[in-house]
Write a protein of this length. Structure first.
Length: 172
């Protein structure tokens, strides 16, 4: 009865109707580039979905929890090409027109098989409202091949006039 299973497009990417972790299914990319945990009540936007051969895929998904006055969206892009080695250029693409973050804001961590770059910032909804977004940008680059994933995660209060308790640590 979850939204992810009810949505025909989204469910086509799920490897099973059983949760692999509480609240998450396993999603397998359309071009077999990666797997990831996918929230049970999120749905993918078919209009945004893009792929090119085996070297690029873009997904967009999100969820609104109106009872909690909370929503989030995720834009994810998978790459498998030599250009993923150009870290600064790929981080600049991820930043795009966002003026509240710069290359210097990214923190790098390393695991045995990947380099991870993460930046975050808080942005006002607009000058007339007191609501805000938490935005997290991530770039994960394999250390053994040309694969990388870029992620833009945003969360916000759906109705800025109602109570909303976004927790930065929980969102992170």
């Amino acid at each position: 009865q979850t939204l992810a299973l009810q949505d025909e497009f989204t469910s086509g990417f799920l490897t099973s109707s059983k949760e692999v972790e509480d609240g998450y299914y396993e999603l397998k990319s359309g071009i077999d580039g990666y797997t990831m945990l996918f929230p049970v009540n999120a749905t993918m936007d078919q209009t945004y979905y893009q792929y090119r051969d085996q070297d690029y895929e873009a997904i967009y998904f999100g969820e609104d929890q109106e009872a909690e006055n909370y929503g989030y969206s995720v834009v994810g892009r998978f790459y498998d090409r030599e250009a993923t080695e150009w870290i600064d250029e790929n981080l600049e693409l991820l930043i795009g027109s966002k003026k509240l973050v710069s290359l210097a804001d990214f923190e790098k961590s390393t695991t045995e098989d990947k380099d991870i770059y993460i930046a975050e910032y808080k942005q006002k909804v607009d000058e007339n409202e007191n609501g805000f977004y938490f935005v997290f940008l991530g770039y994960i680059k394999s250390r053994s091949n040309d694969k990388a994933i870029a992620i833009d995660y945003s969360s916000k209060c759906l109705n800025e006039t109602e109570e909303c308790n976004l927790n930065l640590d929980q969102e992170r």
